[in-house]
Design a binder for this molecule. Structure first.
Ligand code: BES
Ligand code: MN
Ligand code: ZN
Length: 514
C-alpha cells in the first residue's frame, strides 16, 4: 500500500530522493515562477540556462531531471512540462503525478515528494491532493502479474505531498483517503480485466465479487442457472449454452443505512426512493460463438468483462464513500463459445421481458446478456440505469481509443453524467440514438434481430437493441470497447486494462440524483 505523508515545510527543505513539480509554458519558454524562480537564483541561473538551450520548455510531455540542485535538500529535481496555464485542468494533476511516478519508478526510485504549486484558482486543495494520490496509485498498477522472473521495477511505496495549505490539514487528509479509495477501486477493475479467461471464469468472477462484498459490507446475491431459468432469462441463457462453464449473475447492493449480513439483499425500495442500477457486461471470454471471430487478436477477448469489472469496482468504492441513495450492480457472467450445444445464427430466443429475438450473429452476444440484466435490474426496483459494455468494434471505428461512446434516452441524465466525467478527467462522447435508426433491428420472424441491417451505425444499433429493454427508465449506455484497454503506454499509465468509467461512475453515484 502506498504510504502518503503531507508536509507543510518549505519545498527546498524537504529531504527526499526526488522532488517533482511542473512548469508551465508561455511562448515556447518555461515560466520560472514562484519557488522555481527561487531555485533558479540559488542555482546560479541554471534553469534559465537550460531554458535558453531548449532543454526545458514547459511543453506538455517534456521532462527534465536535475541531480544535486544547489539549495535543495532533495537529491533530485524533476520538472514536468504542463503546457499552457490557461489550458491546465485539475485532471492534469492526476496525469502529472502519475508521470512523475512512472518516470522515477523506471529509474529505480520508490519514494518522492510531489510539490503542488501554482494551482488554478478554482481548484480546492483537497481535490488536488486527491488527484495526486490517484495519479500515483494508478501509475503503480503492474499488468505483468504472471511473470516469474523478478520484477525489475518496484512500485512507488511512499509519496510526500508538499505545497498545500497547513490550515486545511483535515480536509487534505480526507482528500488523500478519497484518492486512495477511488484509485484502488479503479486498479481492482484493471486487475479483473487483465485476468485470462482460464483464471477468471464466471464462477471465479462471482467468487471475487463475494469476497469483495464481504470485505466492504455490500449485499450480494449470486444467481445460478436454475434461478436464471426460473426468471426466464432466455437471452442470457442462450449465450451461456455454448460453454461448459456455468453462467452466473452477480447482484451487489449498497444501502445508505448499511447492509448487515443476514438482511435481505434486495428488499423493496420505498415508494419514490431513487435506486441507481449499474449493469456491466461480463463475458469472461468472447470467441464469437458459432459466428466465430478470426484468430488474430482473439486473446484480447478476455477483457470482454471489463464493463462488469467496472461496476464491481464502482460499488466497492461507494461502499466506502457511503453516498445517500441506494445503488445496485447487476453483472451477467458467461463465456461465449461454439459447441454442439451453442446457439446458431437464425435461432430465435425469448428474453426475460417477453420479447423475441432472432440471433443473426452469435458474436453480438453482449446485447443479449444485457437485455436480461437490465430487465432484472428494473424488476429489482431500479429507477435509473447505467450500463457499461465492451459492446462493439464499431465504436472503435467511430471514436478510436480516445473517447468512450455514450448513448441515452434522457439527455438531462446524460448531461449530469458528462459533468461527472469532466470533473474526474475521463472522456465520453455522445452518440445518436434516435428512432430513425429503429428499422435496423427489426426482424422478419421475431420482434428484434440482434444485429443491424447493412454495415452502418453498428454501435448505435447495439444501443438501440438495449433500449428495447429499458422502457422509460432514464438510462445511459457506455460502449467502452475502444477504451477499456490501452494499446500503448501513456507517460502516466502502463499499457493494458484502463479501468475506464470507474471514476466517473463513482462521482456520478455520489451526486445522484443530480
Ligand atoms: N466483444 C465484442 C466487441 C469488442 C470489439 C470488444 C473490440 C472489444 C474490442 C462484441 O461482443 C462483438 O463481437 N461485437 C460485434 C457485433 C457484430 C457481430 C454486430 C462486433 O462489433 O463486431
Ligand atoms: Mn461478440
Ligand atoms: Zn463481446
Amino acid at each position: 500500500m502506498l504510504d502518503v505523508q503531507l508536509t507543510f515545510d518549505a519545498p527546498e527543505t524537504i529531504p527526499t530522493p526526488a522532488l517533482a513539480t511542473w512548469v508551465f509554458e508561455a511562448d515556447g519558454k518555461p515560466l520560472l515562477e514562484d519557488v522555481l524562480a527561487g531555485f533558479d537564483k540559488k542555482a546560479g541561473g541554471r534553469l534559465k540556462e537550460l531554458a535558453d538551450a531548449g532543454e526545458l520548455t514547459g511543453k506538455s510531455g517534456q521532462s527534465l531531471l536535475l541531480h544535486d540542485a544547489p539549495g535543495l535538500k532533495a537529491r533530485r529535481l524533476l520538472l514536468l512540462g504542463a503546457g499552457k496555464r490557461e489550458k491546465f485542468a485539475p485532471a492534469d494533476l492526476r496525469k502529472l503525478a502519475g508521470t512523475a511516478a512512472r518516470f522515477l519508478k523506471a529509474r529505480g526510485l520508490t519514494e518522492f515528494a510531489f510539490l503542488l504549486r501554482s494551482l488554478p484558482a478554482a481548484t480546492a486543495a483537497a481535490d488536488a491532493a486527491q488527484a495526486a494520490v490517484e495519479g500515483v496509485i494508478l501509475a503503480n498498477f503492474e499488468p505483468a502479474t504472471y511473470q516469474t522472473s523478478k520484477k525489475d521495477q518496484k512500485p512507488i511505496s511512499a509519496l510526500t505531498l508538499a505545497g498545500l495549505p497547513a490550515a486545511e490539514q483535515k480536509t487534505l487528509e480526507a482528500g488523500v483517503t478519497r484518492g486512495r479509495v477511488i484509485a484502488d477501486a479503479q486498479n481492482f477493475a484493471r486487475e479483473l480485466s487483465n485476468e485470462p479467461s482460464n483464471r477468471l471464469t464466471p464462477r471465479l468472477f462471482a467468487e471475487r465479487a463475494s469476497e469483495m462484498a464481504r470485505e466492504v459490507g455490500l449485499g450480494i446475491d449470486v444467481l445460478e442457472e436454475d434461478r436464471l431459468r426460473g426468471l426466464k432469462m432466455g437471452a442470457f441463457l442462450a449465450v451461456a449454452r455454448g460453454s461448459e462453464e456455468p453462467p452466473r449473475l452477480v447482484v451487489l447492493t449498497y444501502a445508505p443505512s448499511g447492509w448487515k449480513p443476514g438482511a435481505p439483499v434486495h428488499g423493496e425500495p420505498a415508494q419514490g426512493e431513487p435506486v441507481l442500477a449499474l449493469v456491466g457486461k461480463g463475458i469472461t471470454f468472447d470467441s464469437g460463438g458459432i459466428s466465430i471471430k478470426p484468430g488474430e487478436g482473439m486473446e484480447k477477448m478476455k477483457y470482454d468483462m471489463a464493463g462488469g469489472a467496472t461496476m464491481l469496482a464502482a460499488l466497492r468504492a461507494l461502499a466506502r464513500l457511503r453516498p445517500k441513495h441506494k445503488i445496485i450492480a447487476v453483472v451477467p457472467l458467461t463465456e461465449n463459445l461454439p459447441s454442439g450445444r451453442a446457439q446458431k445464427p437464425g435461432d430465435v430466443q425469448r428474453a426475460m421481458s417477453g420479447k423475441s429475438i432472432e440471433v443473426i450473429n452469435t458474436d453480438a452476444e453482449g446485447r443479449l446478456v444485457l437485455a436480461d440484466a437490465v430487465t432484472y435490474a428494473r424488476q429489482l426496483g431500479a429507477t435509473h440505469l447505467v450500463d457499461a459494455a465492451t459492446l462493439t468494434g464499431a465504436i472503435v471505428v467511430a471514436l478510436g481509443h480516445v473517447h468512450a461512446g455514450a448513448f441515452t434516452n434522457n439527455q438531462e441524465f446524460l448531461d449530469a453524467f458528462l459533468a461527472s466525467a469532466r470533473a474526474v478527467g475521463e472522456s465520453f462522447w455522445p452518440m445518436p440514438l434516435d428512432d430513425d435508426y429503429a428499422d435496423n433491428i427489426k426482424s422478419d420472424i421475431a420482434d428484434l434481430r440482434n444485429t443491424g441491417k447493412g454495415r452502418g451505425a453498428g454501435a448505435t444499433n447495439a444501443a438501440l437493441f438495449i433500449k428495447e429493454f429499458v422502457g422509460d427508465t432514464p438510462w445511459i449506455h457506455l460502449d467502452i470497447a475502444g477504451t477499456a484497454w490501452l494499446e500503448e503506454a501513456k507517460p502516466w499509465m502502463p499499457k493494458g486494462p484502463s479501468g475506464i468509467a470507474v471514476r466517473t461512475l463513482i462521482h456520478f453515484a455520489e451526486n445522484f440524483p443530480a
